[in-house]
Write a protein that binds this ligand. Structure first.
Ligand code: MG
Length: 247
């Protein structure tokens, strides 16, 4: 799983180097596909089933690119990234049947201060969640850490989409929500691996899905940010797998 995580981190690195005003989201997708191939890994988002989506019953791309009010699951295409856009990149890869999953949000060029703060606070809320990913604690401790911090800053914490266990499948038990009560939920045990992924909005936590059947947007059109890491529970504390060496 560490190897899959390393590939995901390397894809993230390649995307962060490539993103700039004028690039099409499908070009970012191509960067990710190329990097996964270069690493000898397989894409794990492409072909992901969603039977209730009439247009795309299987996810059609390598990564998700969600811009501004888009929260998650934006499908790369002809859209051009513009100065001032808030771009969330969600990426995964599979090595020897094991999965990795991570997300990052970047401001492309200058954005209003409140938007910059949203991005930084979403990253911080993920860090706080990771600190709770300790053997003997419960999923609710992770959820609660994210929720308390995010709500104290006045953000809407997305509820309908959550983190998840990850291993031989991209999405496994348990669900890892971004709201919850401390001491509640499944026990975290050494050897478990979870994807923690806060999605915070400048406005309401409520969401809706666009006609493509995938793209999730904020119900009020407010800007959203998303960060994610794949984290192993060990006897020595949380181990973030989706990083490069020395990161
Ligand atoms: Mg995920």
């Amino acid at each position: 799983m560490r190897e899959a995580g390393r590939v995901v981190a390397s894809v993230k690195d390649a995307l962060l180097k490539a993103i700039q005003p004028g690039i099409r989201t499908r070009d970012l997708d191509a960067v990710a596909a190329r990097e996964i191939k270069r690493c000898g890994a397989q894409p794990n988002f492409k072909g992901y089933p969603k039977p209730d989506s009439p247009r795309y019953p299987y996810y059609p791309a390598t990564i998700c690119v969600s811009i501004n009010e888009e929260i998650v699951h934006g499908i790369p295409g002809d859209r051009v990234v513009k100065e001032g856009d808030v771009v969330s990149l969600d990426m995964g890869a599979m090595v020897d049947g094991f999965h990795g999953d991570a997300a990052v949000t970047v401001a492309v060029g200058a954005v209003p201060q409140a938007v910059g703060r949203l991005i930084e606070d979403t990253r911080l809320s993920l860090e706080l969640g990771i600190k709770q990913a300790v053997a003997g604690r419960r999923v609710g401790d992770v959820s609660h850490a994210v929720q308390v911090f995010a709500e104290a800053q006045g953000y809407g914490v997305v509820r309908e989409y959550v983190g998840h266990g990850i291993g031989r499948a991209l999405h496994e038990e348990p669900s890892v929500p971004n709201v919850g009560e401390p001491g509640k939920g499944p026990l975290l045990r050494p050897g478990m691996v979870i994807a923690i992924e806060p999605m915070l909005n400048l406005g309401t936590w409520r969401t809706r899905v666009l006609d493509d059947g995938w793209t999730v947007v904020t119900a009020d059109g407010s800007i959203s940010a998303h960060f994610e890491h794949t984290v192993a529970i060990t006897d020595h504390g949380p181990w973030v797998l989706t990083t490069l060496e020395g990161e």
